[in-house]
Write a protein that binds this ligand. Structure first.
Ligand code: NAG
Ligand code: NAG
Ligand code: NAG
Length: 527
């Protein structure tokens, strides 16, 4: 109807647009027509694109996909764009140049659907368990930018982070969506779907990936049996599960590799060291390795860890000994002093406060591992103090022969000087007997011994008391000895008695000896 109206008024009306292009939207690849119908005009019609003239001919040479359509006689000069492309996105104007007419400036917007989305690492995305990861989906150049939605097993995920970038052409945009996940072993096999869409592709496109959650081996190390005696055989079993598959086992003991072991079990004969040096099994796969260690409950008797050290202290000071043992099951410790059964301490350390010379001696540290064994160590305590003298209060010599008086000095430190002297002043004068430093010799029983030698004993030497005195920096010690006469006879008589079997003879001799003693006793001199 419009057309006949136009024809009718052709000559009477001034040239004008009966149809003008409007703003339009087209999806790339489709065709679009920009209408232009001019009434009452016979001259040249041409289109401009962003101000650039497309040319006067109907088939628009130089613009392969562009042409003018309609009957020019009817004033129709619509612009047909075939298979629209992004470059067609522009402002178009239809101009009747000779009439000075210009249509609306029509904006043609070309939409571009997103291409198939791509998920990094797909179709099977390998992820490390418990390690945060961003699943990344990209939708390349689309116009407008594609919206991206993530689904996990069909359920929408809301936590994705979206971003878009304008591409170099200033029109298309690339979009990226990152879905943060912390994969657990149980997520292995889940399907994640990325869907992209925009106005040009309202139905969207999508891609799905499966995730394969990988983890270093999970390992348990067991020992059979749990509790053993030294020298028994033990089996270590290292059981592991892993994704991807296990590539190897490595064993070590106390940090030292056991090179010959490379399987999932290890049999060994254990000793006490397995109680303190852990055996470890390290299992590897391409993702990582896991190292698990275990000790063995090996039972063993006491083993000395630290030996007690002998000590020398001055009297009045404190002393302490320490000894350490190990054993399994746990041991008990007891400190005693040799010659006594009194337990002085049950701890590693024995404390002795303000020691006296009586505290000197040997101490024993004894460890008892119940039902397994016992062991002990001795240690000596030396107490520095004044000399302690040990003498036989009565010593014997035969008259007119060589005589010897002995005096032993124990204790520590050794005496600097020992003097044996005759107590009787008068006899001392006659005999000149002051025996300075009388031959001293080391005594086997810890100390020194001093002997006073009389080259020939006289009657007056007997029944006298002799004074043995020793000095050191702590003081002096004194002991008194009496020298008694001994008949040379008894030995002979005992021999004779043994031969003759005469008890009577023996009695005679004893009588003789006692008589003789009484006689010399009378002659005793007092100092
Ligand atoms: C995941 O993406 C976010 C946002 O870009 C970033 O902050 C985070 O560090 C990424 N995480 C990982 C594991 O790459
Ligand atoms: C496993 O760990 C223990 C203790 O940390 C270490 O001594 C041992 O060398 C490790 N084993 C391996 C095979 O790395
Ligand atoms: C023994 O001799 C010492 C030193 O000569 C003297 O100090 C001490 O008093 C004497 N002891 C006796 C009991 O006579």
């Amino acid at each position: 109807a419009g057309f006949s109206f136009l024809t009718l008024h052709l000559s009477t009306q001034a040239a004008h647009f009966s149809q003008q292009p409007q703003d339009q939207v087209v999806v790339s690849g489709l065709s679009v027509t920009l209408p232009c119908v001019i009434v009452g005009y016979r001259g040249m019609v041409q289109w401009t694109k962003d101000g650039l003239a497309l040319g006067g001919e109907r088939d628009l040479p130089g613009w392969k996909r562009y042409s003018l359509m309609g009957d020019p006689l009817s004033g129709e000069h619509s612009l047909l764009i075939d298979s629209a492309e992004l470059e067609d996105d522009a402002v178009y104007e239809c101009q009747a140049t000779q009439a000075g007419l210009r249509s609306h400036r029509a904006k043609l917007t070309v939409l571009v659907p997103p291409s198939d989305p791509v998920v990094e690492g797909g179709p099977v995305v390998r992820l490390k368990a418990h390690t945060p990861h961003n699943l990344t989906c990209r939708a390349s150049g689309a116009r407008p930018a594609a919206e991206i939605t993530w689904y996990r097993d069909g359920e929408v995920m809301e936590t994705a982070i979206y971003s878009k970038t304008l591409l170099g052409d200033g029109k298309k945009e690339a979009a990226v969506s990152m879905l943060p996940i912390v994969p657990e072993d149980s997520d292995s096999g889940r399907t994640y779907t990325c869907r992209v869409l925009n106005q040009a592709a309202p139905a969207g496109r999508q891609i799905s990936v499966t995730i394969n959650v990988q983890h270093p081996p999970s390992v348990t190390l067991s020992v059979q049996p749990q509790t053993v005696a030294e020298g028994a055989k033990v089996l270590f079993i290292c059981s592991a599960s892993a994704n991807p598959e296990i590539t190897g086992y490595r064993w070590s003991k106390g940090g030292v590799p056991i090179s010959e072991a490379n399987g999932d079990s290890l049999e060994v004969t254990v000793d006490y060291s397995y109680f303190t040096d852990p055996v470890s099994c390290e299992v590897s796969n391409s993702v990582g390795s896991t190292n698990v260690s275990t000790l063995v409950d090996v039972q063993f008797g006491p083993r000395l860890l630290s030996e007690p050290k002998p000590m020398t202290v001055d009297m009045g000071m404190d002393a302490a000994f320490t000894c350490a043992w190990t054993g399994n099951p746990p041991l008990t410790l007891a400190w005693t002093k040799q010659g006594s059964s009194v337990v002085l301490s049950n701890s590693n350390t024995l404390q002795l406060k303000a020691v006296t010379q009586e505290d000197a001696g040997t101490y024993t540290c004894k460890a008892i591992v119940p039902r397994i064994g016992v062991a002990e160590r001795d240690v000596t305590l030396t107490v520095n103090g004044p000399p302690i003298l040990t003498v036989d209060a009565t010593q014997h010599a035969v008259k007119h022969s060589k005589g010897k008086l002995e005096c032993r000095v124990g204790s520590s430190p050794p005496p600097e000087k020992i003097v044996s002297a005759l107590l009787s002043l008068r006899w001392r004068q006659q005999r000149g007997a002051l025996f300075h430093g009388a031959a001293t010799s080391p005594h086997p029983d810890h100390g020194v011994s001093s002997a006073l030698v009389l080259s020939e004993t006289l009657a007056q030497d007997f029944q006298l008391r002799y004074n043995c005195t020793a000095w050191n920096r702590f003081g002096t010690g004194t002991a008194l000895v009496t020298l008694k006469e001994q008949e040379a006879l008894p030995m002979l008589i005992i021999v004779g008695g043994a031969v003759g079997g005469g008890c009577v003879l023996l009695i005679c001799v004893i009588t003789l000896v006692s008589l003789c003693c009484r006689h010399t006793g009378k002659g005793e001199l007092n100092g």
